[in-house]
Ligand binder design. Structure first.
Ligand code: 6R9
Length: 656
């Protein structure tokens, strides 16, 4: 970490917003002044200006029972109405909402009127299946327009969606369906990934079946299936129905009923420091207000002229807030792309930007670094002159990648917004405003208007400029998580206990304030890894590894990786009994595949080392810090607290 900090400290490049950009920008300096003078009044203004309220609110924030916040609680709205119907009623029905590009190259242009129509039909189908207010619906879909429509239809009827990333395994899906008690699963036969159809429905069938003594899943009554991949699927006529049969047959009349602002909107599972993923709960009014506001001012969306593209999958929070809710609440036109960046050729994304004239582009540092590796020749083959703003999210962006992004993709002129936020925060919290802030490569810089953050030491004291510490959020914000599904205690413990006397939310990230007071994020300070911008917990992968018959013990660390930011590296002790009965050859490969099956391909360790022992303290805690040294090829640090100080030299030899 210290070499990383030194490196960041030496970064002195500065980029002022281009004059024309600043002149036309949505975000203005007055926003900061207004928010500083009256934070709650500021958010109330945003919520009123950006959203339609069936019943206007009179209360703004209720923080009488911290850490359980309520925003705009006596107001009523319908989230889907805000993202759809009102744009049609305002005369913008013919504006394109989604410019969809399938991986094999098909194209669909869907207007706001068409999307509204589709969502109304889906809402009728859902209600016909007995889904209503407060019911949970799991969504396990590829990046196709139906994914957005499904989320909005669930929101429209006041039900709660739980989107599960299509790359997660049947077991991960099952755990999420069980935890939420979902009544319905919306999936597809399969979707295109890397040039072939990757099946989804078979994973749903597996998830719902009785496997490994799990018993048959009991809450799911129906599975609604979009035909996309054309792959063969098994069919349970009592349970399964095709989208293409049910939806067109349903009525396109559906009234958007108002729901209270605090009506739950979705649960999204994310990795924490323990083995069990947490179901992060978000509600309606505050979430949508901050989603719409940040998308407007940070991404500088001008809905009548921009073509916006956020490359995140809807399975992640970025896809929720900056594909589905933010841009559609603002009435923007956006690209939705199904596949991977390098299929069928490494210039696929740049081709999409040229084809649709994308003007705002929001992606992750890991993607930028992998493009850097391929070389500038690839993007330079395409006309990227439509781009006027670039954004980054998911992990710290190193200054080299930032500058490459600006120079090669942004023609040395577009502003870059490096946006820090989390599944839990619901929307962007720290970022430059592109028409105002002079940007610094590698720094997320300043809290957005209306957000209060600090960097503090272990006892919660402000560290002062020039120092590092822990990132905290010091005041409640509209799109904050409202809890962990079914586990209020864990919510308090995880986020609020560390600085309970101050009432600060602890984000789990380390950060540093520079001499100007700007924030530089330094990565997680807990056992959460960040691989290609995806959060993974060491504990979750360890528990998958020890669930394999061969494994006695396992320790997992996130090791620095040039492309993915961090990579999963596992140290595994194999059971003696297993070694007696089996050849150890190929075991590392078997375990990699196993982890992929248990959690999903993103969790597969890059390296697995079979070792004889793990470094432990006298109290039995695994010292992951030392394993990280080995995994990153460094001199092993202080081993004096180990129970057996010889262990590390043995491990180092085994790894070489
Ligand atoms: C939106 C999202 C959250 C964690 C967060 C932090 C890291 C996200 C970042 C960033 C540095 C940025 N993170 N954006 N670190 N600079 N601009 O990614 O949510 O998947 O919940 O991850 O990602 O470590 O705590 P999520």
């Amino acid at each position: 970490m210290s070499s990383q900090i030194d490196h960041l400290l030496s970064e002195t490049r500065r980029f002022a917003p281009p004059a024309q950009f600043a002149a036309d920008a949505v975000g203005t300096a007055e926003l900061y002044e207004r928010a500083a003078a009256d934070r709650e009044g500021f958010w109330a203004d945003q919520a009123r200006d950006l959203l339609h309220w069936h019943t206007p609110f009179t209360q703004v924030l209720d923080w009488t029972n911290p850490p359980f916040a309520e925003w705009f609680a006596d107001g009523e709205l319908n989230v889907a109405y805000n993202c759809l119907d009102r744009h049609v009623e305002a005369g913008n029905g013919e504006r394109v909402a989604l410019l969809w590009e399938g991986e094999p190259g098909e194209e669909r242009r869907i207007t706001y009127a068409e999307l509204t129509d589709e969502v109304k039909r889906v809402a009728n189908v859902l209600e016909g299946l007995g889904i209503g207010h407060g019911d949970r619906v799991a969504i396990y879909l590829p990046m196709i327009p139906e994914a957005v429509a499904a989320m909005l239809a669930v929101a429209r009827i006041g039900a709660i969606h739980s989107v599960v990333f299509g790359g997660f395994s049947a077991d991960s899906l099952r755990a999420r369906i069980d935890d939420a008690g979902a009544k319905l699963v919306i999936t597809a036969d399969g979707g295109y990934r890397k040039g072939k159809v990757s099946p989804l429905k078979p994973a749903v069938d597996m998830a719902l079946a009785d496997r490994n003594g799990s018993g048959e899943q009991e809450t799911v009554e129906h599975v609604l299936v979009v035909r996309r991949g054309g792959n063969d699927v098994e069919w349970n006529p009592e349970r399964d129905l095709w989208w293409h049969e049910a939806v067109p047959a349903a009525s396109a009349d559906h009234e958007a009923r108002p729901f209270p602002a605090e009506n739950p909107l979705f649960i999204l599972y994310t990795s924490g420091t323990t083995g069990k993923p947490k179901g992060i709960l978000h509600t309606s009014g505050g979430y949508l207000a901050q989603a719409a506001f940040t998308n407007r001012v940070v991404h500088d969306v001008h809905p009548e002229s921009d073509v916006y593209w956020c490359t995140a999958d809807i399975g992640w929070i970025t896809g929720h807030t900056y594909v589905t809710y933010g841009p559609l609440a603002n009435g923007a036109t956006q690209v939705l792309y199904e596949g991977t960046p390098d299929t069928p050729h490494p210039g696929r994304w740049w081709e999409v930007i040229e084809k649709y004239g994308v003007s705002i582009f929001y992606t992750a540092p890991t993607a930028i670094r992998s493009f850097m590796k391929i070389g500038r020749e690839v993007p330079q083959r395409f006309d990227l002159s439509s781009l006027r703003l670039l954004g980054s999210v998911g992990e710290p962006i190193n200054p080299e990648a930032w500058v490459w992004y600006r120079n090669i993709i942004g023609r040395e002129s577009t502003p870059i917004v490096d946006t820090w936020w989390q599944t839990e925060t619901g929307a962007i919290m720290i970022s430059a405003l592109p028409g105002i802030t002079e940007t610094k490569p590698g720094s997320a810089q300043v809290p957005i208007p209306g957000i209060a953050i600090d960097v503090v030491d272990d006892s919660g004291e402000h560290v002062g400029n020039g120092n590092g510490g822990l990132l905290v959020i010091t005041e409640p914000w509209p799109s904050m998580l409202r809890g962990i599904w079914g586990d209020p205690e864990r919510y308090k413990e995880t986020y609020w206990d560390k600085f309970a006397d101050k009432g600060y939310y602890f984000a789990g990230d380390g950060a540093r304030l520079d001499e100007d007071g700007d924030v530089w994020l330094l990565g997680r300070v807990d056992d959460v890894m960040n691989v290609s911008g995806h959060r993974l917990s060491t504990a979750e992968i360890e528990s998958a590894l020890v669930a394999h018959e061969s494994t006695a013990e396992a320790a997992v660390v996130g090791a620095a990786d040039e492309t993915t930011g961090q990579a999963v590296v596992a140290f595994v002790i194999i059971k003696q009994s297993f070694l007696k009965a089996h050849e150890p050859e190929g075991l590392a490969g078997t375990l990699r595949t196993w982890v992929g099956e248990q959690i999903g391909a993103i969790a597969r360790p890059r390296d697995i080392y079979i070792v004889g022992e793990l470094p432990k303290t006298r109290s039995g805690k695994i010292m992951r810090r030392l394993l990280r040294d080995v995994a990153e090829g460094r001199e092993v640090g202080d081993t004096t607290t180990l129970a057996d100080t010889a262990v590390m030299s043995v491990i180092s030899k085994q790894v070489k």
